[in-house]
Design a protein around this ligand. Structure first.
Ligand code: DQA
Length: 147
């Protein structure tokens, strides 16, 4: 099985960006943790980041038929992008929405997500560990689907 892990705008700045909120880990650190965990689960991963909404949409479109699930931290586009929501509906793959921070204890504009209505589930507030929890969740869903 194969999982696409997508990261939205400004997540390339992790480690430098507001460390009091997002911590000191970089996106490369998170990718390494995901790779290690995915190997344990016998899952291949494709880990990507883009600051461009259209590029994220294109990658989600391409996932259909290529991957068995999507882990998505759409970052700020979570709260704005109907285009990403529509692309996820077209993909017809299980989606796990991830946020490093607990968006519900932050500003009100972060409480609404365009991703949640088309996601299987949402994990937020556990930092990089959320990505590993999402991999566990998808591994189980994919396994149930194949058997
Ligand atoms: C985020 C939360 C979003 O509100 C914010 O715009 C981000 C990161 C998170 O991982 O906590 O860029 O998705």
């Amino acid at each position: 099985p194969s999982v696409l892990i997508l990261n939205g705008p400004n997540l390339n700045m992790l480690g430098v960006r507001e460390p009091a909120i997002y911590g000191s880990e970089t996106l490369d650190d998170i990718e390494a943790l995901c790779l290690e965990h995915a190997e344990r689960l016998n899952i291949a991963i494709d880990f990507r980041q883009s600051n461009l909404e259209g590029e994220l949409v294109a990658w989600i479109q391409q996932a259909r038929g290529e991957h068995d699930g999507i882990i998505l931290n759409a970052a700020a586009y979570t709260h704005t992008s109907v285009a990403i929501m529509d692309a996820l509906s077209v993909a017809e793959l299980p989606v796990v929405e991830v946020h490093l921070t607990n968006v519900f204890r932050r500003e009100a504009f972060r409480h609404h997500s365009y991703v949640s209505p088309v996601a299987k589930g949402v994990i937020c507030g556990f930092g990089s560990h959320g990505y590993l929890l999402a991999l566990d969740a998808l591994a189980r869903l994919i396994d149930a689907d194949m058997n």
